[in-house]
Design a protein around this ligand. Structure first.
Ligand SMILES: [Zn+2]
Ligand SMILES: [Zn+2]
Length: 116
């Protein structure tokens, strides 16, 4: 672990918010280990995190959700393709079951003759 040492002008005993030097630190972020004032920390699942760490956590969660959405989207694509394939298969099956005159074109000839 290589902790970044605070600037020498900042005495260690006077814990101040890293963002608001004039304010006393109220909490220490358990994630980055920095001290923050009341305004700079946000409670997140019972822990007081700084906004940067909170954002990092929520972004990570968001990415996970996006990845999951991509997974469900591709699953939907596969399902859609399967449905399409089934539809074609069904059309094929229907075509096979159709009377032979439908295939040799006589059905269409009859239809054309009727319309003419
Ligand atoms: Zn933090
Ligand atoms: Zn602050």
């Amino acid at each position: 672990m290589s902790a970044v040492s605070p600037p020498l002008t900042d005495p260690l005993h006077a814990r101040r918010c890293v963002r608001h030097v004039e304010r006393e630190a109220a909490a220490r972020c358990p994630d980055c280990g920095e001290f923050f004032c009341r305004e700079c920390v946000v409670e997140h699942h019972g822990r007081l995190l700084c906004s940067a760490c909170l954002q990092r956590i929520t972004v990570a969660k968001e990415r996970r959700r996006e990845r999951w959405a991509a997974v469900t989207r591709s699953a939907a694509n596969v399902a859609g393709m399967a449905a399409l394939w089934l539809a074609f298969y069904w059309v094929g099956a229907v075509l096979v079951k159709m009377p032979p005159e439908f295939h040799d074109g006589s059905v269409w000839k009859k239809l054309v003759e009727r319309t003419e």
